[in-house]
Design a protein around this ligand. Structure first.
Ligand code: HEM
Ligand SMILES: *[C@@H]1O[C@H](CO)[C@@H](O)[C@H](O)[C@H]1NC(C)=O
Length: 330
């Protein structure tokens, strides 16, 4: 770069900083813990209350809400795009095979949003609701307590094509690592976050091939514990292709967010190819073992990783909007 260009560049920067303070500020705006304290004091309390009510009626709501936040953040950032309904002209994220029919909890988000709109209309974003609700779900199921920086704005776009960013359960460890790396998350954070598979359920379709169609020469995945495979076959019979069949993940405590997932994977009882794959790499296998033995370590890593995941590609300041109905851009 010539010195002339540098001077022009410098003047440009100064002009930008002087003339467009709001734009520059917006670009640097950070999420904040307690963001709604002055604009909607009870916001986080209202979310927690609604999550608690929904959980009492259906324990599956907790894993559903955590997964919604994950799927929101991995596609176009944590902007509530996963909640937008399809329209005649556009098939939205939620109708991708990665999300339908397995995603659950969006009616709870509607209930939370309704409760918030009654008290603080137009203030709390759908993207923040997802982050709070995921946090509350981990608190209810695992006593895992952390602060959620907030101030996300909602996006207006939701495209089925972009759900390609959601890792499928067939991924190997390198593919998983790359998928998380593209979102700014480390391999260790990938392992930590995978531990959330200690709660919830899965449809048989997500792992059927491990039981009946592993390769051209072997029917059953040899990395899957044989007794566990037999148990899974009872719930997911070869002759029954019903796409609605489900099994619990982490069989012993599917509604408790504990280190059971890492114990399972250590024992070759990881449900997905992507779960069991964590044993195929020295670094990730070591983390599985350490997490399995140390709940305190995993809890602390999980809190940090959830906060970091919640910052992926967020819209803040003048970018985005506060959607009035989480299903429909304003
Ligand atoms: C590492 C890559 C991941 C893959 C390949 C993956 C894949 C899957 C699949 C296939 C299901 C079952 C869906 C069904 O058939 O019903 C599932 C469920 C679930 N996943 Fe993941 N997942 C991953 C990471 C994560 C992360 C990072 C989180 C949250 C932080 C998460 C949270 C959940 C939860 C809570 C469920 C249970 C949902 C329910 O019970 O409704 N997953 N995941
Ligand atoms: C078995 O797996 C192959 C390759 O993954 C796939 O093309 C085929 O459709 C599967 N067959 C069944 C019956 O699911």
């Amino acid at each position: 770069m010539s010195s002339n260009n540098m001077i022009i560049g410098f003047i440009g920067l100064v002009l930008l900083a002087c003339c467009c303070p709001s734009k520059v500020e917006a670009a640097h705006q950070q999420l904040q813990v307690g963001y709604y304290r002055s604009t909607c004091f009870p916001a986080e309390l209202i979310v927690r209350n609604e999550v608690f009510k929904a959980f009492q009626a259906n324990k599956g709501i907790a894993p559903g809400l955590v997964r919604l936040h994950f799927h929101d953040c991995f596609v176009r950032g944590c902007d509530g795009s996963v909640l937008i309904d399809s329209t005649p002209g556009n098939t939205a994220e939620k109708d991708s095979p990665a999300n339908f029919p397995s995603l659950r909890g969006d009616e709870v988000v509607d209930a939370i949003k309704d409760a918030l709109e009654r008290i603080c209309p137009g203030v709390v974003s759908c993207a923040d609701i997802l982050a709070f609700a995921a946090r509350d779900s981990l608190a209810i199921t695992g006593g895992i307590i952390y602060d959620v920086p907030a101030g996300r704005k909602d996006g207006t776009v939701s495209l089925i094509s972009e759900t390609i960013d959601i890792p499928p359960p067939t991924f190997d460890v390198n593919q998983l690592t790359q998928s998380f790396d593209r979102k700014g998350l480390t391999q260790e954070e990938m392992v930590t976050l995978s531990g959330v598979h200690t709660i919830g359920r899965s449809h048989c379709t997500s792992f059927r091939d491990r039981l009946y169609n592993f390769s051209s020469s072997v029917k059953q995945d040899p990395s899957l514990d044989a007794a566990y495979a037999e148990q899974l076959k009872l719930s997911c019979p070869e002759a029954n292709n019903d796409p609605n069949l489900v099994v619990p993940m982490n069989t012993r405590s599917p509604i408790v967010a504990d280190v059971g997932y890492f114990v399972d994977v250590s024992n070759h009882r990881g449900l997905f190819t992507s779960d069991q794959a964590l044993l195929t790499n020295q670094a990730t296998a070591d983390q599985v073992t350490r997490n399995a033995r140390n709940p305190f370590l995993w809890n602390n890593k999980l809190k940090a990783a959830m906060v970091k995941m919640g910052k992926i590609g967020v819209l803040t300041g003048d970018d985005g909007e506060i959607r009035l109905n989480c299903r429909i851009p304003n």
